[in-house]
Design a protein around this ligand. Structure first.
Ligand code: 6LW
Length: 529
């Protein structure tokens, strides 16, 4: 330690300031689990990042960081039903691709509710607090972004024409908007449609050294994903494509064996020390070409070496272990393994499916319990099933819960689910007199195992590995009895489709009739393996 301080004093004497003292290396993803379409902004020495949230509630998680490597969730932008109508929204409907920006003392989060009204923004002075009601923007398309020019004008860019049909997108559309009302002041003008890759989307615009840089994603959000960039001296173009496009992709030979795939949908930020960084999404295949943890948030350094065009981590590929200087690292305390449910609201880790029916969730901090009441909605409906889930953010993990549930009706059920969406989920559940391992594979419902169980209290456990989900139960919390295992690829994004990732969910249902039985969850443990 003394040696460290001596070095700092020595560097200071040489005129090298401590703030430029950087450290080397970090791990990708910087935010593991289903946190796609990252967008980032900086205010002073604080960075804020937001993600898409689709059918989950609350919507658009907000993260904070001091170093771009360590992130802590500080809230959600959309916490009220009035901001986030998700009634009956299908899986992977709802909230697509937000942008976060800071302008004149206010944070703006611009986003699309694809199944609930289109493009809007919300604002706040405190990103950890409540955000405003939506200001609707009368420009269609998806992946909106906002940009303020030096002359004070507010520009809005979205992808597509006036419909939400992705097949009829016609590139990045730019219009000027009135910031108070959200109304367009000018007609939308197409400014660039990428380099020919399918699904040009995810635009962000930046001004640097007299150029407007327009960065987008192309190739679709699967294995062909990439980031491309163009620039112009004028905001309306013409935009000239970067000669070294794509500036980030793993779809080429150089990325084909990389454990990270599908790199795309990016945003840029300049740190307080002048360094530039890109946040972007990618996924980690875990079983052949299958991935389950969703599209996650990644980080890479950006330089501007050649004629003012950017280079991402040198050659446009990234690794799980990044070796590059970082800002001084400021890690957060590790999260506890156990959630005791001793708060009157769920922690930020937990999400509901669509707008929750509040009366079906009882938070009982006095007795440290989460009590769920099943409604008539079943786990197979795109509706407000009683469900509270947290992301599977590691490929290998163990999740355990203790539930007390004594249903008197065969329709009543409660349990622990490995959940991709209402069409693809694996449920270890208690119903009248028995424990079931039930698998929903599209239209097929398969009961893998049925075990008679009399006890009211039961420990339910899921172990995840790259290849399998293994289910077990215990009556004493000590010895766990295997129930069955299922191949992970049956639940992957490649199998189930959509834009989300796997959740570990606590649920209850009356399957057609509101349930009278209460499912009392004592705690929930989640351990990365
Ligand atoms: C999003 C689009 C995309 O709107 O996927 O990967 C869509 N990029 O930009 C949903 O996340």
């Amino acid at each position: 330690m003394k040696q460290f301080f001596r070095s700092v004093i020595f560097l200071s004497l040489l005129g090298i300031s401590f703030s430029t003292f950087s450290q080397s290396g970090f791990k990708n993803p910087v935010i593991p689990g289903f946190y796609p379409d990252p967008s980032v902004c900086r205010v002073g020495e604080d960075f804020y990042l937001v993600n898409s949230s689709f059918e989950y509630f609350p919507g658009v998680p907000v993260f904070h960081s001091k170093d771009l490597v360590n992130w802590e969730q500080i809230g959600y932008c959309l916490t009220r039903d009035s901001q986030l109508p998700l009634a009956k929204c299908p899986a992977s409907g709802g909230i697509f691709a937000p942008t976060i920006r800071y302008h004149n003392g206010l944070f703006y989060m611009v986003v699309t509710n694809i199944t609930g009204g289109g493009n809007f923004f919300v604002t706040t002075a405190d990103p950890a607090g409540e955000w405003s009601e939506p200001v609707w923007v009368n420009q269609g398309g998806i992946d909106p972004t906002i940009f303020w020019d030096e002359d004070g004008k507010s520009y809005f860019i979205s992808v597509g024409n006036q419909s939400f049909d992705p097949s009829s997108r016609d590139g990045m559309l730019l219009s000027e908007i009135d910031l108070k009302t959200g109304k367009r002041i000018t007609q939308p003008v197409p400014i660039w449609n990428g380099t020919g890759g399918r699904y040009a989307e995810g635009p962000h615009i930046y001004k640097k050294d007299g150029y407007y840089y327009l960065m987008i994603a192309e190739g679709g959000t699967e294995y062909g994903h990439k980031v491309t960039i163009s620039r112009s001296k004028y905001i309306y173009g013409p935009y000239e494509s970067c000669p070294s496009n794509p500036i980030l992709t793993h779809s080429n030979q150089s990325g084909q064996s990389n454990p990270i795939q599908g790199t795309g949908h990016a945003d840029l930020v300049q740190a307080q020390d002048g360094s530039w960084w890109m946040v972007f999404l990618a996924f980690r295949p875990q079983n052949g070409t299958h991935h389950l943890t969703g599209r996650e948030s990644y980080l890479a350094p950006v330089s501007w070496p050649v004629n003012g065009w950017p280079a991402v981590n040198g050659n446009g590929t990234v690794t799980t272990k990044m070796s590059c200087p970082t800002l001084p690292l400021k890690p957060f305390a590790a999260k506890p393994i156990r959630d005791e449910f001793n708060d009157s609201t769920p922690s930020f880790d937990w999400n509901y499916l669509r707008n929750p029916i509040r009366e079906n969730y009882i938070f009982d901090p006095k007795n440290s319990k989460l009590i769920l009441k099943g409604s008539s909605v079943s786990c197979n409906q795109a509706d407000a099933v009683t469900f509270l889930g947290r992301r599977q953010d590691q490929i290998s993990f163990q999740a355990t819960t203790l539930v007390s549930f004594s249903p008197t009706n065969g329709n009543e059920e409660a349990g622990l689910s490995t959940w991709m969406n209402e069409r693809y989920h694996l449920d270890l559940l208690k119903t009248k007199g028995k424990l079931l391992l039930r698998c929903q594979f599209g239209v097929i419902t398969h009961i893998e195992k049925e075990i008679p169980v009399k006890a009211s209290s039961i420990y339910l456990r899921i172990d995840g590995t790259p290849e399998f989900y293994s289910f077990s139960y215990s009556l004493d919390g000590k010895s766990y009895i295997p129930v069955g295992k299922v191949n992970t690829n049956l639940l992957s994004t490649e199998t189930a489709g959509g834009f989300t990732g796997v959740f570990l969910g606590l649920f209850a249902s009356g399957n057609g009739k509101a349930s009278q039985a209460l499912a009392e969850f004592d705690w929930f443990d989640y351990v990365a393996k």
